[in-house]
Design a protein around this ligand. Structure first.
Ligand code: GRF
Length: 198
């Protein structure tokens, strides 16, 4: 496995994927960011709009359609095969809506990152924005964490806070949080991989 190569896994819109690719496009060749490479995009949904960002750049992209794998282990095995074929060491989840099984998580232990749209450990799981609004919090944000066996429970790597306004709805709050993710996530990915390189 090439320690510098990472894959971005998506399921839908792919705005974080775009932010990551844009960030790598703009970094100086000598910067620590350029020590790692976005080398593959995987989507579990054939129609994910975010795949277009890979197509636009001629970046390798593969669909591993979870509906073709009734057993989660088989889906995880298909992902692993695909990652190995592309010589990938790091798995970057960006709106990837499948839970990865223990075998996969242990194989890539410490090398799977996720971004979640809340300040964990508050509001894990689905509908983080709805949970934040229902709780009436005045600050929310995003969390980049390493993935462990649980849902949004792994060690926190970085966070960014955003205000929650009285007239917010899911959409407005979601857009504000995503802007924070677009800034934070690429920088954290670059930093974490650079630190792990020999
Ligand atoms: C992001 O808000 C991320 O935190 C969550 O799903 C959303 C994905 O958005 N896990 P996008 O597909 O990157 O636009």
């Amino acid at each position: 496995m090439n320690p510098e190569r990472f894959a971005v896994l998506i399921s839908g819109r792919g705005s974080n994927l775009k932010a990551i690719l844009d960030y790598w496009d703009t970094q100086d060749p000598g910067s620590h960011t350029q020590r790692s490479t976005p080398a593959l995009v995987i989507s579990n949904r054939p129609e994910a709009p975010g795949l277009q960002f890979a197509r636009d750049r001629g970046l390798p992209h593969v669909v591993v359609d979870h509906t073709q794998y009734p057993e989660r282990e088989h889906f995880d095995d298909a992902l692993t095969t695909c990652l190995e074929e592309h010589d990938i060491s790091w798995v970057i989840l960006a709106g990837f809506m499948r839970v990865l099984g223990p075998g996969f998580v242990s194989r890539y232990s410490g090398r799977i990152l996720n971004t979640h749209p809340s300040l964990l450990p508050a509001f894990p799981g689905r509908d983080a924005m709805g949970q934040a609004l229902a709780a009436g919090v005045k600050i929310s944000g995003c969390t980049v964490h390493r993935v462990d066996g649980g849902v949004d429970t792994g060690p926190i790597v970085a966070q960014a806070a955003v205000p929650v306004y009285p007239d917010d709805d899911d959409k407005r709050l979601g857009e504000r949080i995503r802007s924070a993710e677009h800034h934070l996530y690429p920088r954290v990915i670059a930093q974490v991989i650079a630190e792990a390189l020999p």
